[in-house]
Design a protein around this ligand. Structure first.
Ligand SMILES: [Zn+2]
Length: 293
């Protein structure tokens, strides 16, 4: 029952917020409560969305983003584009060209996928990982995380005590909040629930659910090898990959869907048919935007 809810309301809960323009205003009472360490102060989904958007905009400005005709972007469009908008919600997604194996989604519906993740995951595995991150948004984990970061970086500094609006967050505080988004530490329960969300998302949309187990096996294997440093971030925020792979497998078995997963070919290059020139390099260091159009 809960599953259905979450899936049906994937947006609703968090993604529809991008349209909201509500002012972020905690009010004196809420601020006082926070300063006294009282939890549960008013921090609405709209507040989380607005602050997340600001932090993500800053992260975007600091990272190399794959351009519209980059192979990574084209692949993400193909794999994930159809899930990016629906009734009342819009997710905005981009690829960060970084070797790290990571992905995150924020309360404003921003999804950021690192090219390093796309290098090692096939389409189904990618959906499993992105689905997991979206699960954190749909389950309001992302909202709670940014609220915690805001409390830590802004309110606890006393900077915002003069004013009740998030607009008082400084650029450097916003940077710290951005880092907190990337390194979000979620509880084991939140992780399991996000895994379940990904599984159900895949099942509902007709993907091979066994790719979820496979994705976690890959992460577990990587953490033991020489590439471990690239997955530090994702591993630190998503521990116990082996165990979570086992859980994904169990879910698939229970549903009668289990079958050992075979990874498909991973192609992050621009499809030949869409390029006008032959033998152009597929990954350029810097891609200018919208040059073709
Ligand atoms: Zn997670």
């Amino acid at each position: 029952m809960k599953k259905k809810f979450i899936i049906a309301g994937l947006l609703f809960a968090a993604f529809g917020l991008t349209k909201m323009t509500a002012q972020i205003n905690f009010g004196d009472k809420a601020i006082g409560a926070v300063q006294k360490g009282v939890t549960g102060f008013t921090f609405s989904n709209a507040d989380a969305a607005k602050l997340s958007k600001e932090a993500v905009d800053k992260l975007d400005a600091e990272h190399e983003i794959a351009g519209p005709s980059d192979g990574y972007t084209l692949r993400l469009n193909r794999v994930f584009g159809k899930h990016a908008s629906g009734d009342g919600f819009t997710l905005n997604y981009k690829v960060y060209k970084l070797k790290e194996v990571n992905a995150f989604a924020t309360a404003d519906g921003s999804v950021r996928v690192y090219s390093g993740l796309m290098d090692i995951m096939d389409d189904n595995e990618l959906i499993a990982v992105i689905g997991h991150e979206i699960g954190h948004v749909a389950n309001n984990d992302s909202r709670d995380a940014i609220r915690a970061a805001y409390q830590k970086e802004a309110l606890m500094d006393g900077v915002a005590s003069q004013s009740a609006t998030v607009a008082t967050v400084t650029d450097s505080q916003l940077g710290k909040i951005g880092s907190a988004i990337i390194d979000s530490k979620y509880s084991r329960k939140q992780e399991s629930e996000a895994d379940l969300f990904a599984y159900n998302f895949m099942k509902k949309n007709g993907y091979d659910v066994n790719a979820e187990e496979s994705a976690f096996r890959i992460l577990a294997k990587m953490s033991e090898g020489s590439q471990a440093s690239f997955i530090d971030q994702m591993m630190s925020s998503h521990p116990d990959s082996q165990k979570r792979a086992d859980e994904a497998k169990k879910r698939a078995e229970k549903d009668g869907l289990y079958k050992p997963y075979v990874q498909q070919k991973i192609v992050n290059t621009v499809p030949a048919a869409t390029t006008t020139k032959k033998a152009t390099t597929t990954t350029k260091k810097k891609t200018t935007t919208a040059k073709k159009k």
